[in-house]
Design a binder for this molecule. Structure first.
Ligand SMILES: Cc1ncc(COP(=O)(O)O)c(C=O)c1O
Length: 396
């Protein structure tokens, strides 16, 4: 018999993954090119050539026993130093190697920091719409997820509600910008206000409230939009980064946490996070990938590809009569469902082989998410289908 806690998890198992499976099923029947699968945030731009080159060099030049051996639980010292140096150069921070912990992607990093911080019953605040896995990760450590309702005008966080929902039990606040699922980038003004609220509340309750910046999409920002680096605005900030999207390496499972000295009880938090990385079973981040990223810190994915998809899909859907906010980052478009029950809308879309994900998976019913990290041809060929769907519903 499986654990009680897992029964709920299995029952609520990800709608996104289910959609992905549905895509495979439809592809077998209609052919892959006739299925317009916007369900999964799996980058379709190849990793930069430098990634392959770095891996080959490592395989040819390094001692294989060392290369494929365990590293220390927090990662290789020289890799952490290289990551810290690169961040300091880009953001004017002053991190040292000891502030970096190499992780198994952002998902691994989030689990490590939540295990490090949470006692049962501690509250973790998230802003809807949010990456649905935050609920599972918080639940892993018997934390309680507290949602702030969405501001569907701008999709910036609703700060008045945030202020009211912080309690003596609030241990962490997760922000994700550029955002999955909206593509919105939180403005500097928003970040300053959010930080000011948290400062006041820490004093009011005499507690430490950690801001966790989950930023796998940091490098995917369009039109030169600035993505503020949050440690500069609020001392008690931990950053979770990933190369899954920035270097198109989601299967390689590599990222890092930054735990600055300014964080409350920094030494303890770092020590506990290193142990958490070990005892969660990660042991250490993949060693070949650690060494590879250290060689590729200045590499970038080709975001012009996503940008073209963004423009074409956004303009095409608007022309069909759908309503959505123009994304400034990531590779998602959040579209208002023409009727309240967006799951019904997703079902209707399926008739046209259009696979889209209900907003309720992100704590925001009434909307749907489209991941546009797909071939450009899929976008172009999907637009007549969206038009037919719009005509059936009568939004045109
Ligand atoms: C907001 C957000 N956080 C974390 C993750 C997990 O990313 P990783 O592959 O680095 O574990 C994702 C993946 O899609 C994401 O969208």
């Amino acid at each position: 018999m499986i654990a009680e806690k897992m029964k709920g998890m299995v029952a609520n198992s990800s709608a996104i993954r289910a959609m992905f499976e549905e895509g495979n099923r439809l592809a077998k029947i209609y052919g892959r090119e006739n299925v317009y699968d916007f369900s999964l945030g799996n980058p379709n731009v190849a990793a930069p050539a430098a990634v392959k080159k770095a891996i080959i060099e490592l395989l040819e030049e390094e001692d294989p026993v060392v290369l494929h051996g365990y590293s220390s639980n927090s990662g290789y010292e020289e890799v952490k130093q290289a990551v810290a140096d690169s961040l300091n150069e880009r953001f004017g921070t002053s991190f040292a190697a000891k502030n970096i912990i190499m992780t198994v992607g952002a998902a691994g990093g989030l689990n490590v920091i939540l295990k490090t911080l949470l006692n049962p019953g501690d509250e973790v605040i998230v802003f809807a719409p949010y990456f649905g896995e935050y609920r599972s990760y918080t639940n892993n450590y018997d934390g309680v997820l507290v949602e702030i309702s969405p501001n569907t005008e701008t999709f910036q966080p609703k700060l008045d509600e945030f202020e009211q929902k912080i309690t003596a039990k609030t241990k962490a606040v997760i922000v994700n910008t550029p955002n999955n699922p909206t593509g919105v980038v939180y403005s500097e003004d928003t970040i300053k206000k959010l930080a000011a609220i948290m400062e006041v509340k820490q004093k009011e309750f005499g507690t430490d409230i950690y801001l966790i910046s989950d930023e796998p999409y940091r490098e995917l920002a369009y039109d030169g939009v600035e993505v503020p680096y949050l440690t500069k605005y609020y001392a008690n900030t931990v950053v979770g980064y990933s190369y899954s999207k920035s270097l198109s390496l989601p299967g390689e499972r590599i990222g890092y946490l930054v735990i600055p000295d300014e964080v409350a009880d920094s030494k303890d938090v770092i020590a506990a996070a290193i142990v958490a990385n070990r005892i969660l079973g990660f042991v250490n981040a993949p060693t070949l990938q650690q060494k590879m990223v250290a060689k590729c810190l200045n590499e970038k994915t080709d975001i012009s590809y996503y940008d073209r998809n963004r423009e074409t899909l956004y303009n095409g859907l608007k022309e069909c009569g759908f309503n959505c906010i123009k994304p400034e980052g990531a590779f998602y478009l959040f579209v208002k469902s023409p009727f309240e029950n967006e799951k019904q809308f997703c079902e209707m879309a399926k008739k046209y082989n259009l696979l889209i994900v209900p907003g309720s998976s992100f704590g925001c019913p009434g909307y749907v998410r489209l991941a546009y990290c797909v071939a450009y041809e899929i976008i172009v060929n999907s637009l007549p289908k969206f038009k037919e769907l719009a005509e059936e519903i009568g939004v045109i």
